[in-house]
Write a protein that binds this ligand. Structure first.
Ligand SMILES: Cc1ncc(COP(=O)(O)O)c(C=O)c1O
Length: 346
């Protein structure tokens, strides 16, 4: 099977697994795990924040950050396609008791002026606008990289109105590698931010949330409250350190492969609306006279290739550590087979 469903599907390499064998470990809840502490220090420096905390998942980073930044009844401004709105099981409502004020962006990206428009006036009858969240890169926007001017402008619009800012950086390192602009530049102006180790970086578990020392102190309390604290977590933090040392620069290969796939996909019959490919995600729609997304995904599965059907006619393909140009070629050939006009008329 060649699995293009998501970059979460990578399996740790033998070298990454080997990194756990020599990891020095201790009790993470007592700040006694040297490997986890090293990882947190490195990510805090990478994102230019005072402090950081190791968490099992990116979802937990988003949920804890929202909980720290808000009070029940507050409103969080974010784009309607973002992960925390669509794939966290209503966590922001369940865990933090907040309301989402969803903005319609373009490919997951919105304008600073839209933030200003979304902020509630000070009124006894209205929810309080408290937090603005962005996703860098924007997953359902086709892995789109926010332009510098917009991501800074959004943070500034929030700050001008006294709101906190949070960045979901599940694929921030893809943005950093593709743009050649350091991660710390992208996170400037954001009170909290995180990177995920289970996407293109290829680790099996782990994400690190960063912010001010005070923010991380509060995040630790929520982490403990919702059962996210760990013990000898250096075993997994060692794999994340390995990922930082070995799997960042190579994200460029994933971007190159995604661009190649997008070029071939764009030339296919029945393919419409291919989103611009900034990084490692290719999203396109199938025309009305083509098979629907689920049928196409099933046909490719029979050829040994997994892709994502997102909605009735939308397809998502994600490149990562475990798919190379041979896999990309097999994917394109299978798509060509199932989408050519001849195969439709047979
Ligand atoms: C943009 C984005 N944010 C957050 C997450 C959640 O990350 P995790 O799977 O580590 O919980 C994902 C996962 O796919 C994602 O794509």
């Amino acid at each position: 099977m060649f699995d293009f469903y998501s970059d979460t599907k990578t399996k740790p390499t033998m070298a990454m697994r080997a990194a756990t064998l020599s990891a020095v470990v201790g009790d993470e809840q007592k700040d006694e795990d040297p490997t986890t502490l090293e990882l947190c220090e490195r990510v805090a420096a990478l994102l230019d924040k005072e402090s950081a905390v190791f968490l099992p998942s990116g979802t937990m980073c988003n949920e804890i950050a929202i909980r720290v930044h808000t009070n029940p009844g507050d409103e969080v401004i974010c784009e309607r396609t973002c992960h925390l709105v669509n794939y966290e099981t209503g966590g922001p409502a369940a865990i933090s008791g907040i309301m989402i004020h969803a903005i319609n962006g373009e490919n997951g990206i919105f304008e600073p002026a839209q933030v200003s428009d979304a902020i509630r006036p000070n009124s006894r009858y209205m929810p309080k606008s408290r937090l603005v969240c962005v996703e860098q890169t924007a997953n359902l926007g086709g892995g789109a990289i926010w332009p510098q001017i917009k991501i800074r402008g959004v943070a500034q619009a929030a700050k001008d109105a006294g709101l906190a800012t949070h960045m979901d950086g599940a694929r921030l390192m893809n943005a950093a590698v593709k743009s050649g602009i350091q991660a710390a530049f992208w996170t400037e102006g954001y009170d909290s931010c995180w990177i995920d180790f289970t996407k293109g970086l290829g680790a099996p578990i782990g994400a690190v949330l960063a912010g001010s020392a005070e923010f991380i102190g509060q995040a630790w309390r929520i982490k403990q409250q919702i059962g996210g604290s760990m013990r000898q977590s250096g075993i997994i933090a060692a794999m994340c350190l390995y990922a930082l040392d070995h799997n960042v620069d190579r994200l460029a290969d994933d971007h190159d492969l995604a661009a190649l796939i997008a070029a071939r996909v764009s030339a296919l019959d029945h393919v419409v609306n291919v989103l611009p490919v900034d990084t490692n995600i290719v999203i396109f729609d199938l025309s009305e006279d083509a098979p629907d997304a689920a049928s196409l995904a099933a046909a490719l599965k029979a050829d040994g290739i997994l892709i994502g059907a997102f909605g009735e006619r939308r397809i998502r393909i994600v490149t990562h550590l475990d798919v190379d140009s041979t896999a990309g070629n097999a994917l394109c050939q299978s798509l060509e087979k199932h989408l050519s006009i001849d195969s439709q008329s047979r």
